[in-house]
Design a protein around this ligand. Structure first.
Ligand code: TEU
Ligand code: CA
Length: 558
């Protein structure tokens, strides 16, 4: 195989605050990551993605950056970071860094200048508007309330799509863009291998920043039609590619809410794509109800299959997918899409099989490889996420029922994936010797890396085998995806066909045995290559799939 390394590699995502604390202050850090590099390499992954490690007052855990060229004190020093990069490269792995340039922290020197007067060279680095005592438009912030914050000093409002400590940069200002490209080149010159680009599809806002009609005073609504995939987005990304990325062997993945497969091709398709791949959100919205971010509804496997099929087929041969079932903004995959009680181990392995056998680059989020489950938080005091805390304050004020709110956070809240990595059965799961910044899941005595590795049913070892299998086959990486059981509400069966032979994947997303039933005829040769059930089980295609069983066969359509 001779394709790009980022197509053939597997990514492991690290949320540094929650990975491993090396100095006993309760916060994960860079030295903690260095200690676990062999563990990560042994999984068989190739690329590490670090959530932001830059200087930050931490209003949104590092997504509010006050200095792009410095490391957050709590996480370590620039020297630690350099050691980390060297350790990654010494193990033949690569490092991609989070690039957060839709906004900065309000404590960034640019913003401190910008807010101080109407006539200084940084005023236009951000988006300021007069307001006549009322916000300039009615867009709602992702983290509650208006996207506008009034600033006394100059009597104007500034725009912030996220918290008020995350003012949006004004990408129309060429000086902003040049400063950002400079900063990107600086990191690339330090040897990093690419960027994960935070909400990159939102950097171009529609001229005039129009309100969404009808305007009801005091009511804020989703304004994304005026800033997602905005009018100049492709100009900016083409310029970024030319000025900051061209001529380097690096990878880019853009976070892309509000993007369909067709829109995705405008970013990742064509001869000279703006980015290598995108994180789509359609799968993450499967269980999202009409009542907003924390309204959780039952999801349907037929919807999951339809969405995956659409992305797989629309991008095949034209762009490149990224495949993830969770990250630091989502609840735990095994709790959300699996059965984290009776079939936790089986369903964690089944979900791994899905991610690793689709076309596109697979992403594994820390703890996914041991089947970590959602946080078991009981009170609002346990939560740390600014999105949840703001939401709670606003909705309690409106008289909403506290239990309803908490059940929404338990289902869809971001802190579910941010509880500390569970390494062993020692206090706090071996994450820290101190008080952790966020509670460890009380199930750590059973669910942890050491226990998993000691178990005959190890999820980690299954990942290793699965990653080996994926890499051994050109078809599992580049082959064409074909859905075989579109209307079956319990099983997900598909082919991957290509020059490396054809593969047939059968997944049972239910608690009861299911026959393999596919549309049309599939011809099989040889044995089942991989199953998530071990032991004296027969795994011919005539044997029903056991609960949450996943199998990979050699097979092809007749
Ligand atoms: O997330 C942006 C985003 O659109 C969502 O994933 C968001 O966190 C969630 O849907 C809120 O409703 C990115 C980062 O991944 C996230 O951690 C940051 O908080 C956010 O940008 C702001 O930088
Ligand atoms: Ca620490």
């Amino acid at each position: 195989m001779t394709g790009a390394w980022w197509k053939e590699g597997v990514v492991y995502q690290i949320y540094p605050r929650s990975f491993l604390d090396s100095n006993g202050d309760g916060i994960g850090d860079l030295k903690g990551i260095i200690k676990k590099l062999d563990y990560i390499r042994d999984l068989g992954v190739d690329i590490l993605w670090l959530n932001p490690v830059y200087a930050s007052p931490n209003d949104d855990n590092g997504y509010d950056i006050s200095d792009y060229q410095d490391i957050m004190n709590e996480l370590g020093t620039m020297k630690d970071w350099e050691n980390l990069l060297a350790g990654i490269h010494a193990r033949d792995m690569r490092l991609i860094m989070d690039l957060v340039v839709n906004h900065t922290s309000d404590e960034h020197p640019w913003f401190l200048e910008s807010r101080s007067s109407k006539d200084n060279m940084y005023r236009d680095y951000y988006i300021w508007r007069p307001g006549d005592g009322r916000e300039p438009n009615n867009w709602v912030s992702y983290f509650s309330g208006s996207v506008w914050e009034y600033e006394e000093i100059t009597g104007e409002y500034y725009l912030h799509l996220f918290t008020k400590k995350q003012p949006d940069l004004n990408w129309e200002n060429p000086r902003v863009r040049e400063d950002i490209y400079d900063m990107m080149r600086w990191w690339l010159n330090k040897g990093i291998d690419g960027f994960r680009m935070d909400v990159i599809t939102m950097i171009s806002k529609a001229p005039g920043l129009p309100s969404v009609e009808p305007v009801i005073p005091g009511v804020y609504v989703d304004g994304s039609r005026y800033y997602a995939n905005g009018p100049r987005i492709h100009d900016y990304l083409k310029e970024m590619k030319r000025k900051a990325l061209a001529g380097r062997d690096v990878m880019t993945v853009g976070e892309a809410p509000n993007v369909s497969p067709e829109t995705a091709l405008s970013y990742v398709g064509g001869e000279d794509p703006e980015m290598d791949m995108l994180f789509q959100f359609e799968l993450m919205d499967l269980d999202r109800g009409p009542g907003g971010r924390f309204d959780s509804i039952p999801w349907k496997l037929t919807d999951m299959k339809r969405i995956i099929e659409k992305w797989q087929t629309t991008l095949h041969g034209k762009g490149w997918n990224s495949n993830y079932l969770m990250n630091h903004d989502q609840s735990r995959a095994v709790s959300r899409f699996g059965n984290d009680r009776e079939y936790r181990v089986e369903s964690a392995k089944l979900l791994a099989t899905l991610t690793m056998t689709l076309e596109g680059t697979p992403y594994v989020y820390q703890g996914e490889e041991i089947g970590m489950t959602n946080a078991a938080f009981e009170t609002i005091e346990d939560y740390r996420d600014v999105e949840i805390l703001n939401h709670y304050r606003e909705h309690i004020r409106q008289g909403k029922n506290e239990d309803d709110l908490l059940s929404g956070y338990r289902a869809r809240g971001r802190d579910n994936s941010r509880t500390p990595m569970q390494w062993d059965s020692s206090p706090n799961g071996g994450f820290t010797s101190a008080n952790p910044w966020i509670k460890v899941n009380p199930n750590y005595p059973e669910i942890n890396v050491a226990a998993d590795l000691a178990s005959d049913y190890s999820i980690i070892r299954f990942y290793r085998n699965l990653i080996k299998l994926r890499k051994s086959s050109e078809s599992l990486i580049y082959g064409r995806f074909q859905l075989l059981d579109r209307d079956n509400p319990h099983t997900f069966c598909y082919l991957r066909e290509g020059r490396g032979g054809d593969y047939f994947i059968a997944l049972n997303f239910s608690d009861t045995p299911r026959e393999i039933e596919v549309d049309g005829k599939v011809e099989f040769s040889g044995e089942c290559l991989l199953s998530n059930y071990t032991g004296p089980y027969s795994t011919t295609v005539d044997d029903p799939l056991r609960p949450w069983e996943a199998r990979v066969y050699q097979g092809r359509r007749k």
